[in-house]
Design a protein around this ligand. Structure first.
Ligand code: NAP
Length: 236
């Protein structure tokens, strides 16, 4: 498989590192300003020999990039976050141009497994009224958003599956250099059950994005990471 990296920031560099380690050819690196990118824009030259594009850019850039990439009928992995309001437009571009797209606010396979574990645990706790629920997340002091997108997803999963709860107390801490920790707890008068995911670095996002590129390579249509995860773990 040959990939194009669209956006040569922190994640673009991480994707390049993982692709090289896994013997996946990086056919082009596209970024309007980064000095070491191979191309400035998505065009016939930068799309030559490319099977799948991996976009880690900025929310405002996603739809424009998708329009360009679809002209060359290339499939695409969108790792960029914060463009969810444009999902319908993305779907219509994907359908019209007959390409494949997979997106995820978090491409870490571990985090997506964690989501499934929380979902199952929450279903069990739903019927055991003695248990209350809480969560917290820890990130480095430079992180801009608070709560994290992952924390928001966890809250949604808990509220969907613990029907008796209308609100989950969920704290966010920003300090030091912590790459990212998310904890969910179920607490009764007798004991506490805690589920915890700890990220070591950004590598997990890049590994997941490369796996997604392999998964989407021969597909058409718009998919989210949960479609890939369900296939990976053999769920419905
Ligand atoms: N899904 C996940 O698992 C996951 C994980 C981590 C991060 N993210 C998301 O991925 C995105 C990128 O994160 P990052 O940490 O890599 O950010 P970053 O270091 O700021 O990198 C973004 C890069 O994309 C470039 N860019 C902007 N518009 C572009 C365009 N139209 N075409 C090509 N390149 C363009 C930027 O160039 P300029 O500097 O010139 O603007 C910059 O070099 C963010 O939305 C972040 O939230 C997702």
């Amino acid at each position: 498989m040959k990939i194009a990296i669209v956006g040569y920031g922190k994640m673009g560099h991480e994707v390049e590192k993982i692709a090289n380690a896994r013997g996946i050819t990086v056919a082009s690196i596209i970024d309007p300003t980064e000095r070491n990118a191979t191309h400035r824009e998505i065009n016939a030259q930068s799309m030559e020999n490319v099977d799948v594009c991996i976009d880690f850019t900025m929310p405002d850039a996603v739809i424009g990039n998708l329009k360009q990439i679809s002209k060359f009928e290339k499939n695409i992995v969108v790792g960029t976050t914060g463009w969810g309001n444009n999902l319908d437009e993305a779907r219509s571009i994907v359908d019209k141009s007959n390409i494949g797209l997979i997106y995820a606010p978090n491409f870490s396979i571990g985090v997506n497994v964690f989501f499934k574990i929380i979902e199952n645990a929450a279903r069990m706790i739903n019927n055991i009224e003695d248990y209350d629920v809480y969560g917290y997340e820890l990130h480095h002091s430079k992180k801009l958003d608070s709560p994290s997108g992952t924390a928001k997803s966890i809250e949604q999963i808990l509220l969907r599956n613990i029907k008796r709860k209308k609100h989950v107390p969920f704290a966010s801490v920003r300090s030091g250099f912590i790459p990212g920790t998310h904890v969910v707890g179920f607490d009764s008068s007798a004991d506490t059950i805690e589920l915890k995911h700890t990220a070591r670095n950004r590598e997990g996002f890049a590994i997941g994005a490369i796996m997604a590129a392999q998964w989407i390579q021969n597909k058409k249509g718009l998919y989210s990471i949960s479609d890939m995860m369900n296939e990976l773990i053999g769920d419905e």
